[in-house]
Design a protein around this ligand. Structure first.
Ligand SMILES: Cc1ncc(COP(=O)(O)O)c(C=O)c1O
Length: 390
């Protein structure tokens, strides 16, 4: 079918790339060892520090987020190390599998994919670990598969209350630049991220922000690494350069995206995401459907996962929305396949983009014969007018 207008990319990442960022990337590739590149490199590395809210180094890899996961493991841990992780959803499960492949012993606290990490379990587990054998607590800040966030600042306080030296390693691949996150203030040791969500870029950049404690750990851990090695990166980074070919044009885009986030102001960016998320939940309630996340203090500002009534296939519904309305919604992943669909409301999304998306969902529910009440779109409009979630 021929299409007019823009495709509605309402998945929780990659998020739509703003015109400004696309124009910024539409430039000639430059010499990655020349002075113009050095200036660009220094500017984007400093810009990243503002977005991660850290004074320390941020490493930028030409990789997807998965690469930055691996970089975090190989730079900080040793084979045979124990770590504490939580089954918050699909991505926590994948990170756990990766750690296991590196010979890490993962204590994986089971979960029902409807709640985030329980800081009390963190505290109790670490307090019991008198031999201090647990080397890291590894947490996914925003579980993109479920629309549930974990309370990272509270997890930090739990680790401190247990007086435990474990590193705190946090995946912010789908939260950085959308949900409030503070690397330094929250005492995070490694923050992992990616370019294609709150940073509003195409996929292709992976990030790790590194605390002094994490850097010290990298000097004595024993996992082999080469491409991911922090020290190899940090040496040339001091001048704005990279040890191998940087993703030059994505870095032009990154410079622009960081400028956009800082112009709007990080607190305003986070508040906008909260408003859009609250309006989305109002719509879900208006339709008489169920939000997957069960803990209001852990609702994701980035995406909302919606459960379909028993006997209704979320993938069939998504297919109708794509075919009829040219809108992509996120699929349910692994355990949740066919059970949920996910609405992304991140990045350059604004009130009217969201209203378009929610109208599409309401029309799609009707077309797919999913039992629902009308009025979700109206409820979302009321929520936005009232400024709910501010
Ligand atoms: C929370 C989270 N972690 C990790 C990943 C993996 O990142 P990538 O697909 O960029 O390798 C994703 C991707 O969606 C994610 O949302």
């Amino acid at each position: 079918m021929s299409r007019t207008g823009r495709h509605f990319l309402q998945i929780p990442g990659p998020s739509p790339v703003p015109e400004r960022v696309m124009r910024a990337m539409d430039r000639p590739v430059i010499d990655h060892r020349g002075p113009e590149f050095g200036a660009l490199g220094r500017e984007v590395l400093a810009g990243c520090r503002s977005v991660f809210q850290t004074e320390g180094p941020v490493v930028i890899y030409p990789s997807s987020g998965t690469g930055a996961w691996e970089a975090t493991i190989v730079n900080t841990l040793s084979s045979g190390d124990r770590v504490l992780m939580f089954e918050t959803g699909h991505f926590a499960t994948l990170w756990r599998q990766m750690a296991a492949r590196w010979g890490i012993e993962v204590e994986f606290v089971p979960g029902d994919w409807r709640r985030g990490v329980d800081p009390e379990i963190v505290e109790a587990t670490l307090a019991e670990d008198r031999a201090r054998g647990i080397k890291a607590v590894m947490v996914v800040h925003n579980e993109t598969s479920t629309g549930v966030t974990s309370r990272v600042a509270e997890i930090r306080r739990a680790i401190d209350r247990a007086n435990h030296p474990a590193l705190l390693l946090v995946d912010t691949i789908s939260s950085l630049g959308s949900a409030d996150f503070r690397h330094d203030a929250w005492g995070v040791d490694v923050t992992v991220s990616g370019s294609q969500k709150g940073l509003m870029l195409p996929p292709g950049l992976g990030f790790t922000a590194i605390s002094e404690k994490a850097r010290a750990a990298s000097r004595s851990n024993n996992l082999p690494r080469s491409y991911w090695d922090w020290e190899e990166m940090l040496k040339p980074n001091a001048g704005g350069y990279f040890p191998y070919k940087p993703a030059t044009n994505l870095l032009y885009g990154l410079r622009e995206a960081v400028a956009m986030l800082l112009e709007e102001g990080l607190p305003e960016v986070f508040a906008r995401h909260q408003r859009l998320a609250a309006a989305t939940r109002a719509a879900v309630q208006g339709w008489g459907l169920e939000v997957l996340c069960q803990e209001p203090s852990e609702y994701s500002p980035v995406l909302t996962a919606v459960l379909l009534p028993e006997g209704h296939d979320a993938d069939a519904f998504r297919r109708i929305v794509l075919d009829d309305l040219d809108m992509s919604l996120g699929a349910g992943l692994s355990k949740l396949a066919g059970r949920v669909f996910r609405i992304g409301h991140l990045g350059e999304c604004n009130a009217l983009t969201l209203m378009g998306a929610l109208s599409g969902v309401e029309m799609g529910l009707g077309a797919a014969g999913v039992p629902h009440q009308r009025g979700g779109v109206l409820a979302a409009m009321s929520s936005l007018r009232a400024g709910d979630g501010r």
